[in-house]
Ligand binder design. Structure first.
Ligand SMILES: NC(=O)c1ccc[n+]([C@@H]2O[C@H](COP(=O)([O-])OP(=O)(O)OC[C@H]3O[C@@H](n4cnc5c(N)ncnc54)[C@H](O)[C@@H]3O)[C@@H](O)[C@H]2O)c1
Length: 339
């Protein structure tokens, strides 16, 4: 039987990615959607041929469904996740889980107590090249990891009414929106936790309340060092996402793999070295190249969610990671004197 979904917040990512992913799959069925803007609710209700609402509680009361997808601005995640739980539904919530670690922990605790599934939309780990990178790191294909770097950016100028540009609505700026993906992905591909972090945030280019750029330096439990750059102030054409992992026997470099599509490529070089070469005149080996599968990352995360809810027992590992990510973000804001 197909999993029946209600959607809360039917704008941006829900309309562009999540609802089409659910609609494309026979194992899933969107039965109703809700948006606080009546024109959005009506337009998308018609577009997807489902009942639409402007009040989430009315939708949940009137609609039989197994799961709720929450794609609203971050400041609404807490109350809407708790409401869906009150009505006994499993929840798939967009990243970041809550406005801060406290909210996120409370959401997770409530779902654990109720035994309902909670998953957070960090879809980039499902990219075939990131899964491959994780497996290669685990197998020791680049030896022991020495360092990791991630870069993720876009152009996001001041827009009147944009919730991401207001601290109380989005929780923060580039760090909260883009940095969270990088932190989650770094821990995922390395298969280990970040144990220490230092970060700087800046309002360099745009005149909005939150940071338009952030840089993080971190150390993992095994002692590998990491670096993350996230920017709202680099033109889209100049933004090439990168994930680079260097080990004591080679590298894995992913280019253009961070984002909403399963695209880009990975370069893999295995080149163990014995002696120090003072002349620095070696000829570098040729990396192997792998490509993104062009699959649907959003459908992949839904399939994973479905396998958990159909399996009988919740799996909170991804949601726990999402809470850990928020703790790191909170720490960086605290280091920068931002409440
Ligand atoms: N995983 C990803 O690829 C990805 C990409 C973009 C955004 N996101 C996340 O998705 C969430 C939404 O981001 P977006 O870019 O789609 O935002 P958006 O502003 O484009 O869309 C949000 C929608 O929610 C509606 N809305 C606002 N308040 C509401 C409320 N109280 N109840 C119901 N609907 C309400 C708005 O009318 C709008 O239609 C955020 O958490 C964001 O971080 C995830």
């Amino acid at each position: 039987m197909a999993v029946k979904w209600c959607v809360i917040g039917a704008g941006g990512i829900a309309d562009r990615r999540m609802i089409p992913a659910l609609k494309s799959d026979l194992d899933n069925q969107v039965v109703a959607l809700m948006d606080r803007k009546v024109e959005v609710a009506k337009r998308l209700g018609k577009k997807y041929g489902v009942k639409y609402y402007t009040d989430e509680e009315t939708m949940l009361k009137e609609t039989e469904c197994d799961a709720v997808y929450i794609g609203t601005p971050v400041y609404r995640h807490y109350s809407q996740a708790m409401l869906a739980l009150k009505y006994g539904r499993h929840v798939f919530i967009e990243k970041p889980l809550g406005l801060n670690a406290k909210e996120s922990e409370e959401i997770l605790k409530a779902f654990k107590n109720a035994g309902k599934q909670l998953t957070v939309g960090y879809m980039m780990k499902h990219h075939n090249l990131h899964e491959r990178a994780k497996a290669m790191v685990k197998r020791g294909d680049i030896g022991a990891v020495s360092s990791i770097r991630l870069q993720f950016s876009c152009w996001y100028p001041k827009i009147d009414g944009a919730w991401r540009q207001v601290k109380s609505l989005g929780g923060g700026g580039a760090l909260m929106d883009l940095g969270v993906h990088c932190i989650e992905l770094a821990e995922y591909v390395l298969g280990e936790e970040i144990k220490a972090v230092k970060g700087l945030i800046s309002k360099k280019t745009f005149d909005y309340e939150v940071e338009d750029s952030a840089v993080l330096a971190f150390k993992t439990l095994s002692g590998a060092l990491g670096h993350i750059d996230v920017n709202f102030n680099i033109p889209d054409d100049a933004s090439e996402s990168k994930l680079e992992i260097y080990g004591d026997k080679g590298y894995i470099i992913c280019k253009g793999t961070l984002g909403q599509e399963e695209k880009g490529k990975m370069l893999y070089l295995y080149s163990p070295q014995g002696d120090y070469v003072a002349a620095q005149n070696r000829t570098a080996g040729k990396p192997k190249i792998y490509y993104g599968n062009k699959g649907n990352l959003y459908l992949k995360q839904v399939k994973k969610f479905n396998s958990i809810i159909n399996g009988g027992a919740p799996d909170y590992s991804f949601a726990e990671k999402a809470v850990a990510v928020q703790k790191i973000v909170d720490e960086i804001y605290a280091q920068n004197g931002v409440e």
